[in-house]
Design a protein around this ligand. Structure first.
Ligand code: PLP
Length: 456
């Protein structure tokens, strides 16, 4: 055999702890606020929605948090995930850069999302929760949580963004197969949904609207809690097993990346791969660049503002300090459904504000072009979300070639695209358009915000 392509770990090398970057951040994240008073809220305010075990993680500043045995055991169904050296992609790009990727698409649901779905279901189970509500955009999170809740005997109600419900019947059927109930959102089941439908009966829905519906259902019912698949601190925390495994795998290859890249929706798969490497920057003086790749049609990191905003559309959640396009922002119907969220997680937002991470936006044609190149060279058909990270990888590999320097690049291939082939169809048949989001569109959404600003 020529060069080593695949770097694997044994089951005993599944990490034993999650890494909490809050312990090492120079500026700690600002507290969430009560929208009625603009005063900081304590952990108790979250108790109607989440089990205490997860709330403690949400506010924790401890560096390492033990992973329960039963969770590690469930992880072992598909973890550790493999890492690959993208030798064929390197060849096709004729780049001196070394490109590695971590492949999270081998999980039962096909993405990184089960890494947090499993512990979220487990902590709810410990506290006797009978039913969980959640939202899903492209269907990745809904299917991951369906898989996890059935494993621990909890009922699940999924509010699925209506446009995705219509475009992606197989994601819905996966959720049904694992026993979940799936409701197109906006729905008439909730006050929030009815309000949106009264204003726009043809609303395609959005993640923000679906969150409002799921939160309302959990807040109204004693035995029901809510679960979120990204954005929140405890979700980002659970994903850090990706980067910890990646560090071990690169050690085996005798390498350390110059650049770590991941697509960005709310920040969980980015945090998952990047935070353990940022720890090396923060505690050992390493200078690894971490780049978040977002769609040009939903550019919260590169064109949004850093201020307090709601996590949902209707305004039911606490106010969070985040990079946001405004909670009323409804992005163009891009096919990377998982990247359509209006805001970024609090931890990643603070890191971006402090210039400890970078962000890059890509148009969808550039992304699909990179995704198809990846499929042809490396074989795996990436999820449309993942193609954003690949577009950044291609750009950095080309830059390395122009500059004649060898860089080591690692990216997170966060999911496969087997249920997203209609998006590829749209690309191949020339139906995808370059949507140029104007300054006026962004300003119109931001100007509606009355939430507190954050002084520079
Ligand atoms: C959900 C999802 C994303 C975006 O969410 P993050 O929390 O930013 O990771 C990206 N890729 C895939 C495959 C997803 O399922």
């Amino acid at each position: 055999m020529a060069q080593q392509r695949k770097i694997t770990l044994s089951e005993s090398e599944i990490p034993e702890k999650w890494y909490n970057i809050a312990a090492d951040m120079p500026n700690k994240p600002l507290p969430p606020l009560n929208p009625a008073t603009n005063e900081p809220i304590g952990p108790d305010a979250l108790a109607p929605l989440f089990p205490m075990g997860l709330i403690q993680q949400e506010v924790s500043t401890e560096r390492w948090i033990e992973i329960p045995d039963e969770v590690r055991d469930a992880y072992s169904i598909w973890r550790p995930t493999p890492m690959y050296r993208a030798l064929e992609l390197e060849k096709a790009l004729d780049t001196p850069a070394k490109i590695y990727y971590k492949y999270e698409g081998i999980s039962p649901a096909g993405s990184h999302k089960p890494n947090t779905a499993i512990p979220q279901a487990w902590y709810n189970k410990q506290e006797g929760v009978k039913r969980i509500t959640t939202e899903t955009g492209a269907g990745q999170w809904g299917s991951a949580l369906s898989f996890a809740t059935q494993k621990f005997g909890i009922d699940l109600e999924v509010y699925m963004v209506k446009i995705s419900y219509e475009q992606k019947p197989y994601r819905k059927l996966m959720m049904n197969t694992w026993g979940a109930e799936v409701i197109p959102s906006p729905s008439t089941k909730t006050e929030a949904g009815r309000k949106i439908l009264a204003g726009d009966p043809d609303s395609p829905g959005s993640l923000g609207i679906a969150i409002s519906e799921a939160v309302e259902r959990a807040a109204m019912n004693e035995d029901t809690k809510y679960a979120l698949g990204s954005v929140l601190n405890h979700v980002l925390l659970h994903q850090t097993i990706i980067g910890q495994e990646a560090i071990k795998q690169l050690e085996k290859a005798g390498d350390l990346p110059d650049i770590v890249i991941a697509p960005f929706g709310g920040g969980s798969n980015f945090a998952g791969i990047a935070f353990p490497f940022l720890r090396l920057n923060l505690t050992e003086g390493k200078k690894i660049r971490a780049i978040a790749s977002e769609p040009a049609s939903c550019p919260k990191l590169t064109r949004g503002v850093f201020r307090y905003d709601f996590g949902d559309t209707v305004g039911m959640t606490p106010l969070l300090p985040m990079f946001t396009l405004g909670h009323n922002f409804v992005p163009d119907k891009i096919h990377a459904g998982g990247l359509r969220y209006h805001g970024a997680g609090v931890l990643v937002s603070q890191l971006l504000k402090d210039k400890l991470i970078e962000a890059k936006a890509h148009h969808q044609l550039e992304c699909f072009e990179a995704g198809v190149l990846f499929a042809k060279t490396e074989g795996i058909i990436p999820a449309p979300e993942a193609t954003h990270g690949i577009a950044t990888v291609v750009a950095e590999a080309k830059r390395a070639k122009e500059e004649g320097v060898s860089k080591t690049i690692l990216f997170n291939l966060c999911g496969h695209g087997h249920f997203d082939m209609s998006a590829y169809d749209a690309y191949f048949s020339g139906k995808l358009e370059e949507h140029e989001l104007t300054e006026a569109e962004i300003n119109s959404s931001l100007s509606e915000l009355t939430t507190p600003e954050i002084p520079a």
